[in-house]
Design a protein around this ligand. Structure first.
Ligand SMILES: NC(=O)c1ccc[n+]([C@@H]2O[C@H](COP(=O)([O-])OP(=O)(O)OC[C@H]3O[C@@H](n4cnc5c(N)ncnc54)[C@H](O)[C@@H]3O)[C@@H](O)[C@H]2O)c1
Length: 336
């Protein structure tokens, strides 16, 4: 089975993940690029092959396009993803699913109405160390999870996004809405839900715009740092920190403390996954390092999305799961 795919939004995530991974997928014939900035679509069509179109309708009405990635900025997801679903396309929507629970619920309504597949790009689930950690936790060889500590921080999105200036939409309340909470935080909230097979139901948080400024040199109006204390439905306690101001190497680490040992993920740069057992045994898993802004390897997400279409399976990250993480982001913002 081979078909065409469309991409809405031709910025950094399309350039580094969606376009190369679609290009490498054997089920994809042609990639059709759309951005409201047409030149960006043209550039990526030249770089990866495929073609650029000038109007969203050109993607939505093209019967050869079976699936669409929504890689537009956060505030546009509920418009683009909803339209794509209702036009009969399967959709891979970037995280966060939307800028509010209300918008996310509109998208989910469109998913149900359309009967098409909707997957959300919570790519942290797909890394080798996270997959192995999930397997170890599910086997209960370390007993039950008691507590956790997770962080995600880097130097900020102004050097990542296609604009490469402090005028980036990531810093704007009307477009990003939740700052670092919905940008980096939501990745780890989803990861904790996935690894622990549980959901954060209570959260106390502090957040602030500590250092980032907009293009006029004024403090940004979304948070660049969040610290939180969390309690899950199953009674686990944990802490989480998300930052755009870690001005050294990226921190993408998670530690899970269980009854019979500790799992350390991306904690030591030379050991992606380390298990410390209660009896002192250390088990080192020599797995691939996580993708970072400076180290782009295949995320596996696009292959998983295409596979769920080809095999007619439930997407490995559903909109309901993404909604659960978005609800935690809203609680973080309300609490702080
Ligand atoms: N899964 C991940 O690890 C990850 C990493 C980075 C970004 N993202 C997400 O991907 C999305 C895009 O981020 P990015 O880093 O590529 O941003 P970016 O600023 O580099 O690119 C966004 C592009 O979308 C286009 N765009 C915005 N709104 C549009 C609309 N309504 N119609 C058509 N085009 C539109 C812009 O012109 C721009 O070219 C965001 O939702 C972001 O949160 C996910």
């Amino acid at each position: 089975m081979r078909f065409n795919v469309g991409i809405i939004g031709c910025g950094s995530i399309t350039k580094f993940r969606h376009a190369p991974e679609y290009k490498a997928n054997p089920h994809v014939d042609e990639i059709v690029f759309y951005d409201r900035n047409f030149e960006r679509a043209q550039h990526l069509a030249e770089e990866f092959g495929g073609r650029a179109v000038a109007r969203l309708e050109d993607l939505l009405t093209d019967p050869k396009i079976v699936a669409i990635s929504d890689c537009s900025s956060n505030e546009a997801h509920h418009v683009n993803t909803t339209k794509a679903l209702l036009s009969g396309k399967h959709v891979l929507c970037e995280k966060p699913l939307a800028i509010s629970v209300e918008h996310a619920e509109e998208i989910i309504k469109a998913e149900q109405q359309s009967g098409k597949k909707l997957m959300i790009d919570h790519n942290q689930r797909f890394t080798k160390a996270h997959q192995k950690a999930k397997e170890i936790l599910a086997s209960k060889e370390l007993g039950e999870v008691l507590t956790f500590k997770t962080s995600f921080g880097h130097q900020g999105p102004e050097t990542w996004g296609v604009t490469k200036t402090n005028a980036t939409w990531f810093f704007r309340k009307d477009r990003s809405h939740s700052g670092v909470a919905g940008d980096l935080g939501i990745h780890k909230l989803d990861l904790i839900h996935y690894l622990l097979d549980d959901e954060i139901e209570d959260v106390h948080a502090f957040s602030g715009a500590l250092d980032k400024v907009d293009e006029q040199g004024q403090p940004i109006t979304v948070c660049d740092n969040v610290v939180c204390a969390c309690k899950t439905k199953k009674g686990r306690l944990g802490t989480a920190s998300f930052s755009w101001t870690y001005y050294g190497k990226e921190d993408n680490s998670t530690i899970i403390y269980c009854q019979k040992g500790v799992l350390k993920i991306y904690h030591d740069p030379s050991v992606p996954l380390l298990v410390e057992k209660q009896d002192g045994t250390l088990v080192k898993y020599d797995l691939e390092q996580i993708q970072t802004n400076d180290n782009q390897t295949s995320s596996g997400v696009i292959d998983a999305f295409i596979q769920c279409i080809v095999k007619d399976e439930v997407p490995p990250v559903t909109a309901q799961e993404a909604l659960a993480s978005l609800k935690v982001v809203e609680k973080i913002l309300a609490s702080s």
